[in-house]
Design a protein around this ligand. Structure first.
Ligand SMILES: NC(=O)c1ccc[n+]([C@@H]2O[C@H](COP(=O)([O-])OP(=O)(O)OC[C@H]3O[C@@H](n4cnc5c(N)ncnc54)[C@H](OP(=O)(O)O)[C@@H]3O)[C@@H](O)[C@H]2O)c1
Length: 304
């Protein structure tokens, strides 16, 4: 049993990871694979505790309301931890503060507290010269974390799918009400990876000291265009619709209009992110001998 601090652990990926880390019984997944009980003690700081109620039922999880941007608070949270997993991410807002300054503070605090393992979740195609502020900030965050804690293990997932995702589930909701879908960036390429595979990779790295100082892209077995993904979602959810692929100029215009919608699903920066393929180097999907799960094996279970 380890003590693990999950920062940004109350969201989509963090919640699945917390469930796995706190699991008390050996369980079988849909492929029949046996997963051992983990029973780790997980601390989950959040800005709003009431939004993380779903995690308070986990037997070995502790949800605490805390400002992780505050260095004294971070130092307190780090004390006695065996591992820190840094998951905070946003798709719009202050990227410098959230993707660069916060991970750097986390890495410094982990190093100062002598925490033996640090795992940082970045994004596929993160790079200093990337076309979007999102990807550039993720790249700068990786560099800042490595400088402060060189043995960090970094994961770079492609888009993640699974029950509760903000990806296929969002398309399914749109397809239910829209008679036709005007789709920005229809030819953008993704290699979607299942959330439980991402969780498996992170959990495996905790037990593998060779993963110190390594960076791992995480992808599913197949590359899709955005148009193919939306068409597939329509077919599986029972709402197939005509898809009208927008050229680049209209993609920007649509994204610009959505920036005025509170909680809007897209920004012009997202369009810039989609101009680079979100795919793994050939032949590389998952590390640690894990095999990647097909989207078609999982998505129908939550899209229907
Ligand atoms: N989902 C994907 O398809 C995908 C793909 C590639 C990479 N990633 C990366 O994977 C990580 C997890 O993604 P996710 O989909 O689980 O995200 P999510 O569901 O949006 O969760 C984000 C988490 O970050 C915390 N957070 C957000 N803004 C914060 C801020 N300003 N200060 C402190 N905490 C903040 C939230 O905590 P509270 O609201 O509880 O405070 C929440 O726990 C992110 O780094 C993301 O960039 C995700």
């Amino acid at each position: 049993m380890k003590k693990i601090l999950l920062i940004g652990g109350t969201g989509f990926l963090g919640s699945a990871l917390a469930r796995r880390l706190c699991s008390t019984a050996t369980s079988a997944d849909f492929c029949g694979e046996r997963r051992p009980a983990r029973n780790h003690c997980v601390t989950l700081p959040t800005r709003r505790r009431e939004r993380a109620k779903h995690l308070t039922v986990l037997p070995t999880a502790r949800v605490v309301q805390a400002d992780v941007h505050d260095e004294a608070t971070l130092a307190q949270l780090m004390a006695g931890q065996d591992a820190v997993i840094s998951l905070v991410g946003i798709l719009k807002g202050n990227f410098q503060r959230t993707h660069v300054e916060l991970p750097e503070k986390i890495a410094r605090a982990a190093a100062a507290a002598g925490v033996p393992r640090l795992i940082h979740v970045s994004a596929l195609a993160a790079a200093a010269a990337a076309p979007s502020a999102y990807l550039r900030s993720k790249g700068a965050g990786e560099a800042a974390v490595k400088a402060a804690y060189p043995a960090v293990t970094i994961f770079q997932p492609s888009v993640i799918f699974g029950r509760g995702d903000a990806f296929l589930t969002l398309f399914a909701a749109l397809l239910k009400v829209a008679p036709v879908v005007p789709l920005a960036c229809p030819d953008a390429r993704f290699q979607p990876v299942w959330i439980e595979d991402v969780v498996s990779a992170i959990v495996a790295s905790l037990d593998d000291s060779a993963s110190r100082g390594q960076t791992y892209p995480l992808c599913g077995p197949r590359i899709f265009s955005l148009r193919e993904l939306v068409a597939y979602t329509g077919k599986v959810s029972g709402h197939p619709r005509p898809i009208l692929g927008l050229p680049q100029s209209l993609s920007y215009l649509q994204a610009w209009a959505m920036e005025f919608v509170p909680g809007g699903p897209m920004t012009r920066d997202n369009v810039r992110s989609m101009s680079v393929p979100n795919v793994c180097p050939a032949g590389c999907t998952l590390p640690f001998g894990l095999s990647a799960t097909a989207l078609e094996a999982v998505a129908p279970g939550y899209l229907r």
